[in-house]
Design a protein around this ligand. Structure first.
Ligand code: ADP
Ligand code: MG
Length: 257
């Protein structure tokens, strides 16, 4: 399935446009309490859809992503993918790709070896592996760097390698936690462009965590506003932007009153 990308509409950015609905694939209902903080969120995401979890620092975005990844155990609830209960599975068996702010590439491996890593783990046959690595390096404009080691690349190039590595095994779900967070403005824009094109071309179902509405509006088919562990509003970016549900949402989105 492909994420449909339509005509951009006016707004704070260029939205990905209407999404062709193919049925929900990811369903989650999760609760987790820490001292002084309680997360309680229910959501479903469609095949090929990019959903942005947008909220201020401390609203529980990373906690939610870690629960979906299986890096953290919920107090209650479930994560289902196409009806299959992933909740008891460890992270490595969830077929989920991660890209977090502190992406760590393997320093002793070349760029192409880094990208191939998950494919070797998943025992892809050599030819399929090489084809997939070539395709991703090309898409990320990394082909000339294939034999280099991470430390020979710029920060933006390294982050593109990390994105290619996360996508390589064709995860059924891609989890991005502030993927542009550590980059300066110019590199952010560059990676935004790659991310937008890649999410469209790969058509991978994606949960994107960000505190930056520009990023959310540019990349996501739907935006979920998170405040203090609760969903305030979920909708198309242009709807959320035009009609914030309450004064808090309006303020967070930068509306005057
Ligand atoms: P966000 O990613 O939106 O900034 P987080 O999910 O990181 O927010 O954190 C939400 C809240 O949960 C914060 O108050 C944070 O201090 C708390 N928290 C996160 N992880 C832990 C943990 N492992 N132990 C205790 N508290 C935590
Ligand atoms: Mg976070």
């Amino acid at each position: 399935a492909q994420a449909g990308v339509g005509t951009p509409v006016k707004g704070p950015g260029r939205f990905p446009g209407p999404f062709r609905f193919n049925g929900r694939v990811l369903e989650l209902s999760l609760e987790k309490a820490f001292p002084g903080f309680r997360l309680s969120v229910a959501l479903s995401v469609a095949e090929g859809e990019t959903l942005a979890l947008l909220g201020p620092s401390g609203s529980g975005k990373s906690t939610l992503l870690r629960l979906v990844a299986g890096l953290l155990k919920p107090d209650r609830g479930f994560v289902r993918f196409l009806g299959e209960d992933l909740t008891p599975l460890p992270p490595e068996r969830r077929k989920v790709g991660f890209l977090f702010q502190d992406y760590a590439l393997f320093p002793h491996l070349t760029v192409e070896e880094n990208v191939a890593f998950g494919l070797v783990e998943a025992r892809w046959p050599r030819e399929a592996r090489e084809g997939r690595v070539r395709e991703l390096l090309k898409r990320m404009e990394l082909t000339p760097h294939a034999r280099k080691r991470p430390q020979e690349l710029s920060g933006g190039e390294q982050q593109r390698v990390a994105l290619a590595r996360a996508l390589a095994p064709r995860p059924r779900l891609l989890l991005l936690d502030e993927p542009l967070g550590a980059l300066d403005l110019r590199l952010r824009e560059e990676l935004l462009f790659f991310l937008r094109r890649t999410l469209k071309e790969e058509g991978v179902t994606t949960l994107l965590v960000t505190h930056d509405q520009g990023e959310a509006f540019l990349l996501a088919h739907r935006v979920a506003l998170l405040r203090e562990g609760r969903l305030v509003q979920v909708g198309r970016p242009e709807e959320v932007y035009a009609r914030p549900k309450d004064p808090w949402a309006a303020r967070f989105l930068g509306h005057k009153n």
